[in-house]
Design a protein. Structure first.
Length: 320
């Protein structure tokens, strides 16, 4: 009988008492049996500890002081892990029953692959979204849609244009940590993209055309904080630029950064921070100086000025 490789599943948790039991139940329902489940409690002040400890010894629980993000607890989980393969889950998401089996099977068939992604689908209190994430990535979907799985020939080119991954959708061989040993603790968001992009520079990357996880959308998601997400998007891509050798990919990273600046400009204008908005539009233009960006910046600056003038007129009218 063939011994299954050990898979370590690392879950950072902060005040996750309401959802983490459902997450753990979905992992324990996997068709793949040789699992090591590690929960890193990142300074919770609710009943997360009590909920998780009900699952011991099937689940290992560790507590640490709050770090303000997911990078540090994931790194702590890596340090405790013993698996041949590692994957990560957020404490509010769900695994499909055969997700681990599918990814391990792929890695065992393609022994040169160091990183493999499954598809995922968003859901909220109204139910699951119609399209899975891969279907929202046109370049990837054009190549993948009629295949069960695929090894990407230029994974970073796909990632930089349409991020087809998320923290809970990929599995790595532990051996590839020599290329990127940890998540960057200075990133409070987008640390997952920054991590697997660095790995994708060095190892073949696979994708499996099957939904392996469900991402829960709710009021407390990090994605619900656009200012923080956009700032982290800029920082993560700027960090990647520092070690990027491809001029084509550097241009794509700059375009993403410029788009984040344009979105931040709109956010600041909508929150009456007009000087910050104007600064963001100029920064976007500086990062991606082209005719299209000039048009985007001009529209943004015009919108900001109109909002600023309108706000002043309203203030004058109310002061009368």
């Amino acid at each position: 009988m063939t011994i299954q490789p050990l898979v370590s599943i690392i879950i950072p948790a902060f005040n996750a008492q309401d959802m983490i039991a459902e997450t753990l139940d979905s992992i324990l329902a996997q068709t793949y049996m040789n699992l090591e489940i590690i929960v890193i409690d990142d300074g919770s002040t609710d009943q997360t500890r009590q909920v998780v400890q009900r699952y011991e010894p099937k689940v290992s629980y560790y507590y640490q002081e709050n770090s303000g993000g997911c990078a540090v607890p994931r790194n702590t989980g890596i340090s405790y892990s013993n698996g041949d393969y590692l994957c990560f889950m957020d404490a509010d998401d769900l695994m499909m029953p055969d997700r681990i089996m599918q990814q391990v099977d792929f890695m065992e068939r393609y022994t040169d692959v160091g990183l493999v992604f499954c598809d995922y689908r968003n859901f909220d209190e109204r139910g699951c979204y119609a399209d899975s994430h891969f279907k929202t990535c046109p370049k990837l979907w054009f190549k993948l849609h009629n295949q069960q799985d695929l090894i990407l020939d230029n994974p970073c080119s796909y990632l930089v244009q349409e991020n087809y991954g998320i923290a809970g959708s990929f599995m790595i061989r532990k051996a590839v940590l020599k290329f990127a040993p940890s998540f960057d603790p200075t990133l409070k968001a987008c640390e997952d993209f920054h991590f697997y992009y660095r790995l994708a520079r060095h190892v073949p990357v696979g994708v499996i055309n099957k939904v392996g996880m469900l991402r829960r959308l709710h009021a407390n998601n990090m994605s619900g904080n656009p200012k923080k997400m956009l700032a982290a998007g800029i920082k993560s891509r700027a960090l990647l630029k520092e070690t990027e050798n491809s001029f084509h990919i550097i241009a794509q990273l700059d375009r993403y950064i410029a788009n984040c600046h344009s979105s931040l400009a709109r956010y600041f204008a909508d929150h009456n921070q007009y000087m910050d908005a104007l600064q963001q539009d100029w920064q976007g233009l500086y990062k991606d100086l082209c005719w299209k960006r000039l048009q985007i910046a001009a529209r943004g600056i015009g919108r900001t000025l109109l909002l600023a003038l309108g706000a002043r007129e309203i203030q004058r009218w109310m002061a009368k």
